[in-house]
Write a protein that binds this ligand. Structure first.
Ligand SMILES: [Zn+2]
Length: 162
């Protein structure tokens, strides 16, 4: 009877490899914030088992994300056109600017229907420990807006941190 150790077997048998295209997608998902290796694998194999259209629709939506959105040159909010709907509106109150960290923050405030002023989106917050200084966010772009005579109030709706 032939008895082999697992070490011998592992030397003689080629290891099963993840196909390169599968590994590529896992790698791309892993680069997204909040997606760890396990989630990246689960999402990839979900796409592999789902009908082909699901992958095609996801790919098309991602491609459109960058092609069909712009940053508003006034508020730095993500929009389909520059200026964004809020900055281009004739009925918004231009004397108040609400400063938020992320586009989703502006969207949440907008959904509450409680604010009729303008926005300024910083796209982050100053975090010296993460090497994010004032130049890494859209802070200096806020300053010229504050010099406009009609601006009377600025609301800082950023997260409470140092
Ligand atoms: Zn805007």
């Amino acid at each position: 009877m032939l008895v082999r150790t697992s070490l011998e077997i592992s030397v003689k048998i080629n290891k099963m490899q993840i196909p390169k295209s599968v590994a590529n997608v896992i790698g791309e998902f892993e680069r997204l914030p909040g997606v760890g290796p396990k989630s990246a694998q689960r999402l990839t194999y979900h796409l592999l088992h789902a009908p082909k259209e699901v992958s095609a629709q996801l790919a098309a939506a991602i491609a459109e994300l960058r092609d069909k959105t712009v940053l508003c040159s006034t508020s730095y909010n993500v929009a389909e056109e520059d200026p964004c709907e809020v900055c281009g509106s004739k009925i918004r109150d231009r004397s108040i600017i609400m400063v938020v960290e992320e586009p989703l923050d502006a969207l949440a405030i907008e959904r509450s229907h409680s604010f009729k002023g303008m926005y300024h989106v910083l796209h982050g917050s100053i975090a010296p420990l993460d090497n994010i200084g004032p130049d890494e966010i859209y802070l200096k772009e806020l300053l010229p807006r504050l010099k406009i005579v009609e601006v009377k109030e600025v609301i800082l709706a950023t997260n409470q941190n140092i």
